[in-house]
Design a protein around this ligand. Structure first.
Ligand SMILES: Cc1ncc(COP(=O)(O)O)c(C=O)c1O
Length: 463
């Protein structure tokens, strides 16, 4: 069913890395996530090989914000990758799974003194400083600890990316140092006895479906490197080009279809991408190798590693047919609704970025999916309704799909477990890893009613 055989159909049932998802949902409480170690290792190898072939001095730091589950991080480490962390919590998890400090870069746009102290104390490879103020803060902490801190200022290289506006990070906005302040930042670092300027960092955004922003970003970054290396004492080891490689969440929409303009109207359909690892590698390494082959290339991919490794398994808990009405209440048609047991408590991106995830009905994988349904989550909000296929509000499922059917969200391994919440006092879901024999090993437990109450305190009322 998909190019590398991860999705297959057995006796009309959808299987993910050998796991019959309908059968699994028959014995496990839904919703739950299933991860594929095989896919994760293949994704890691593709990145290592693709970039390594064009620039052997490349180091890949998995952006753990995409999935900081401990099992997942163990596989990432074992597959030969390093890790990018974005908070003290992610740093603690990375150290806990055994990443060496040299394998960790520390990012973030509001690092606290406590977080910086933890990073300096651990001796991470670099702190990616977000502002001139933050450089001062790192210098203060490093002096207090009497331990040198390697820093790589993050510079806003100002390139448009046409991804979802919420995922653009180097086109103005909150992240990074203005490029006109880059020389000041490096001079400040070079002049400080406790700071060591080792690299320059940029990150253009996430789900970037064109290579042009990378080309422009690396050109601009290397212009800045030329400028900052005129500062005495500054000779950089690496350029960190961030992450952002896109995942094909759906086939490209036909030209002329309204949705092809993208959810915001003016942007291209950023849910579809035809780019492979080598396209990004050619663009980034092409510029880097022609201008500064001596620089090590750091990359921080998250989505492109994690997303295709996971699926979300949900169950239809309610079904109804409702009349569709016009502005005056007149009947204009009817539509079938299916309500499943996962909403933006389990898959937050579907509402906060109006994200599109493909869906299949696990027990009806052999049947034609030609009936339109509105698909909704269980939360009380009217907005907890999933985007439709193409430019419609409808999902296409087999006729007869109804209560008890298992709806599977594909490409759901990245930015999903991380963003779960307990809204409407719903437990956060469990996660499993597919085992080699088609079984499941639990990698995150489902929360209980006790977990839902675990952090509330009731002074004056006893317990
Ligand atoms: C600084 C930084 N690096 C890396 C990433 C990972 O991006 P992606 O998951 O799109 O590869 C992000 C997320 O946007 C980020 O903010």
């Amino acid at each position: 069913m998909d190019s590398d055989g991860l999705l297959t159909v057995r006796d009309g049932h959808l299987c993910f890395d050998g796991v019959d998802l309908a059968a699994a949902a028959g014995r496990l409480e839904t919703p739950f996530y299933v991860y594929s170690e095989r896919r994760l290792r293949a994704n890691a190898a593709a990145l290592l090989d693709g970039f390594g072939a064009r620039h052997p001095a490349t180091e890949i730091f998995f952006a753990s914000k995409a999935c900081s589950n401990l099992w997942f991080l163990h596989v990432v480490r074992d597959a030969g990758l390093s890790v990018e962390v974005n908070s003290g919590g992610e740093l603690a998890k990375a150290l806990r799974v055994g990443f060496a400090p040299r394998q960790i870069v520390f990012n973030g746009v509001a690092k606290t003194e406590v977080e910086i102290a933890a990073a300096v104390d651990a001796g991470v490879r670099a702190i990616l400083a977000d502002s001139l103020f933050e450089l001062e803060r790192v210098a203060l902490v490093a002096a207090r600890l009497e331990k040198a801190a390697a820093v790589a200022p993050r510079v806003d290289v100002h390139v448009p990316t046409l991804t979802h506006p919420g995922l653009e990070t180097a086109h103005g906005g909150k992240a990074g140092i203005d490029r006109d302040d880059a020389v000041t930042a490096f001079r400040r670092a070079a002049d400080d006895p406790w700071l060591v300027p080792v690299g320059l960092h940029l990150h253009v955004g996430s789900q970037i479906t064109s290579v042009e922003p990378y080309r422009q970003a690396v050109e601009t970054a290397l212009d800045i490197v030329d400028e900052v290396e005129r500062v005495p004492g500054v000779r950089l080891e690496f350029l960190d080009a961030g992450g952002g490689f896109a995942v094909p969440y759906r086939e490209p929409l036909a030209a002329g279809v309204a949705g092809a303009a993208g959810p915001e109207g003016a942007r291209p359909d950023y849910f579809s991408s035809a780019l492979a690892v080598d396209d990004y590698a050619a663009a980034i390494c092409g510029v880097l190798v022609s201008r500064r082959p001596d620089l090590t290339l750091f990359l921080e991919p998250g989505r492109s590693l994690a997303t295709t490794c996971g699926v979300l398994v949900t169950r239809v808990e309610n079904a109804k047919t409702k009349k569709r009405r016009g502005a005056g209440g007149e009947v204009t048609g009817a539509e079938d609704w299916l309500t499943i047991d996962a909403g933006f408590n389990t898959l937050l991106e579907h509402t906060n970025y109006a994200w599109y995830f493909r869906t299949l009905v696990a027990g009806r994988a052999g049947e034609p999916a030609d009936r339109p349904f509105r698909l909704a989550g269980p939360l009380c909000d009217g907005g907890d309704v999933f985007a439709g296929d193409g430019d419609t509000p409808y999902r296409r499922f087999p006729a007869g799909t109804g209560v008890g059917d298992i709806v599977v969200f594909l490409e759901a391994g990245g930015y999903t477990l991380e963003m779960m919440n307990q809204y409407n006092a719903r437990p956060r879901a469990a996660a499993y890893a597919a085992t080699r024999d088609g079984g499941l090993a639990q990698i995150r437990r489902r929360e209980s009613d006790a977990d839902l109450a675990a952090f509330d305190l009731t002074p004056g009322f006893g317990v």
